[in-house]
Design a protein around this ligand. Structure first.
Ligand code: PEP
Length: 248
């Protein structure tokens, strides 16, 4: 059984005042689904201390364990601050920081060495979807970004079509199901049925309280990676509740 996961990516949003939002998720976070918030690095340690039953993650880490990398943060530092997860390969990092699959794979190795679980993001652009290349792109990103040694504990994969992030546009449930079934079969083929079936697959891209339940009903969708709607408990709690209901 894969435990459902509601993951929030706060991106570059939030100062200490925002920590109250995590506290307000306490009751929803006591349900069947695991609840993860990835705040800016400045808030990780305090978010961990919040004790709301919400697990905390980083949004990126360096591929090296330490060294002369001004402004970067290592997986060990996140772990030391109390994080248990790190998001890697988000399309905003792939675009803004020119991150490619081999760098994402090296970062994932570093995260695993530090004892963090990785939420690894893949997703196609609108041009790639229009050219009917979606599955090739996703297959290539999975092959290139995930190191050997994946398990159901150290890896979560998030399918995030770039054109759906922050746009209010959402793929049809058939389109989501097609990609999630494809990712499941690729993971089973590479890592064996046991591991392949145990890795959780999240959908991400404009998930809101109004569309969460129908997305969570799609085959091989084990939860969501949520950006904008994870910033306020009033938006994220109904999404967590929908996921808890889907686990019944
Ligand atoms: C994201 O950035 O991971 C994301 C899914 O954003 P949003 O929910 O705002 O589309």
């Amino acid at each position: 059984m894969r435990r459902k996961l509601a993951a929030g990516n706060w991106k570059m949003n939030g100062t200490r005042a925002a920590l109250a939002e995590i506290g307000a998720m306490r009751e929803a976070a006591s349900g069947a689904a695991e609840v993860l918030i990835c705040p800016p690095a400045t808030l990780v340690a305090q978010a961990v201390g919040n004790d709301a039953g919400v697990v905390i993650g980083g949004q990126d880490c360096h591929a090296n364990a330490s060294g002369a990398h001004t402004g970067d943060i290592s997986a060990e530092m996140l772990k030391d601050a109390g994080a248990t997860y790190v998001i890697l390969g988000h399309s905003e990092r792939r675009q803004d920081h020119d991150e490619h699959d081999d760098l994402v794979r090296d970062k994932a190795r570093a995260a695993w060495e530090a004892g963090l679980s990785v939420v690894l993001c893949v997703g196609e652009s609108l041009a790639q979807r229009d050219a009917q290349n979606t599955l090739d792109i996703i297959g290539g990103q999975l092959a290139g970004s995930i190191p050997d040694g994946a398990t159901g504990h150290n890896l979560v994969v998030a399918y995030e079509p770039i054109w759906a992030i922050g746009t209010g546009k959402v793929p049809t449930t058939d389109q989501i199901g097609e990609v999630h079934d494809f990712m499941r079969s690729r993971l089973e083929r590479r890592f064996g049925a046991g591991v392949g079936r145990s890795v959780r697959l999240l959908y991400g891209g404009s998930v809101k309280p109004s569309n969460a339940a129908e997305i969570f009903a799609v085959s091989n969708v084990d939860g969501a990676l949520v950006g904008g709607a994870s910033l306020k408990a009033s938006d994220f709690v109904p999404i967590i509740d929908a996921l808890n209901d889907s686990a019944d």
